[in-house]
Write a protein that binds this ligand. Structure first.
Ligand code: IPE
Ligand code: MN
Ligand code: MN
Length: 363
């Protein structure tokens, strides 16, 4: 625990949080989680029984705070930059963190349901929530509850803010885009009727943009902008840059799914086995000769290791590693030049901090 602060201005936020923020951003961000959870467990709109209190408590701890928390923490970081380096007050730190946690809640909601739909086994190094004994499809309702917690957090802490309506609208828009992206992903990767001919770059980009980029990249910055009193209509270029970064982030994720070291990335890739519309298969199909197309058609989407190896051999023969590096440097250069065209230095700095985080990830 951080030292308890002894200043007399004990704000409603966890007292030590802002002081601790300077030393360890992740642990102070986590301390806000405990407070938000406690508020939700005292929600007067529902008459909790002991069992339901325990269920929510355990369900939240299992699904909300266990990730890297990059999305949530980047709301705080972005807001700090937009405030032009001024230290955040305790209250500002709490509010920016609460918005960050709303994004983590949104992600938890999507992941709980995504794992059911994808028939996944593990998430963040533990069994998927729906695979936990006595949970099963109760997880579907837990997903709905996680989703409902977001407007409850917003109502409790932002109701009086001039940007309250815009925040609600932002979360609604982004949720709709993400759910639509999930739909595209699911109907494109159709079990049973495996058809590689639809796996083209524009299809790929649409899926990724909607299911990942809006909530992971645009949403954190948009939250920080709203807190800073901005009108999001004036930041369409910023949105486009962030969506482009989100697209690159997913390309990198797809590349690492196949070529990354499981020890380093913390998960074992299954895109080939799952017949995913991955950036690699899209690139391979664009470059393959007839023989290679045949190999891909026969082996993509099969779970036996020989098939997976054959697909990876085609990727290597087509030198997709080099294609990826080429794409990486081109997209980096393009992003840098669109960022530098931004009129505001603070906005440039926010965008560059995202850029540097993702472009060093694979090393
Ligand atoms: C999950 O997408 C997307 C959302 C959470 C909206 P995927 O299904 O491609 O991601 P993983 O591999 O399960 O994390
Ligand atoms: Mn999934
Ligand atoms: Mn999915």
């Amino acid at each position: 625990m951080a030292d308890s602060s002894s200043n007399g201005t004990a704000a409603p936020a966890a007292p030590a949080a802002a002081a601790a923020a300077a030393s360890d951003p992740k642990s102070s961000f986590l301390s806000i989680y405990s407070r938000l959870k406690s508020d939700l467990l005292h929600d007067s709109a529902f008459d909790f029984t002991d069992d339901s209190l325990q269920w929510i408590d355990r369900m939240l701890d299992y699904n909300v705070p266990g990730g890297k928390l990059n999305r949530g923490i980047s709301v705080v970081d972005s807001y700090k930059i937009l405030k032009e380096g001024n230290q955040l007050s305790e209250d500002e730190f709490f509010l920016a963190s609460a918005l960050g946690w709303c994004i983590e809640w949104l992600q938890a909601y999507f992941l709980v349901l995504d794992d059911i739909m994808d028939n996944s086994h593990t998430r963040r190094g533990q069994p998927c929530w729906y695979r936990v004994p006595k949970v099963g499809l109760i997880a579907a309702n837990d997903g709905i509850l996680l989703r409902n917690h977001i407007p409850r957090i917003l109502k409790q802490h932002f109701r009086q803010k001039p940007y309250y309506v815009d925040l609600l609208d932002l979360f609604n828009e982004v949720e709709f885009q993400t759910a639509s992206g999930q739909m595209l992903d699911l109907i494109t990767t159709h079990e049973g009727e495996k058809d590689l001919s639809k796996y083209k770059l524009p299809v790929y980009r649409r899926i990724v943009q909607y299911k990942t980029a809006y909530y992971s990249f645009y949403l954190p910055v948009a939250c920080a902008l709203l807190m800073n009193g901005e009108n999001l209509d004036n930041f369409v270029d910023v949105k486009n840059i962030l969506v482009e970064m989100g697209t690159y982030f997913q390309v990198q994720d797809d590349y690492l799914d196949c070529f990354g070291d499981p020890e380093v990335i913390g998960k074992i890739g299954t895109d080939i086995e799952d017949f995913k519309c991955s950036w690699l298969v899209v690139q391979a199909l664009e470059r393959a000769n007839e023989d290679q197309i045949k190999t891909l058609t026969e082996n993509y989407g099969k779970s036996d290791p020989t098939s997976v190896t054959k697909v990876k051999e085609v990727y290597k023969d087509l030198n997709l590693q080099a294609v990826f590096m080429e794409y990486e440097s081109t997209s980096y250069a393009q992003l840098i030049s669109s960022i530098e065209a931004q009129p505001s230095k603070a906005v440039q700095e926010v965008l560059k901090s995202f850029l540097h985080k993702i472009y060093k990830r694979q090393k």
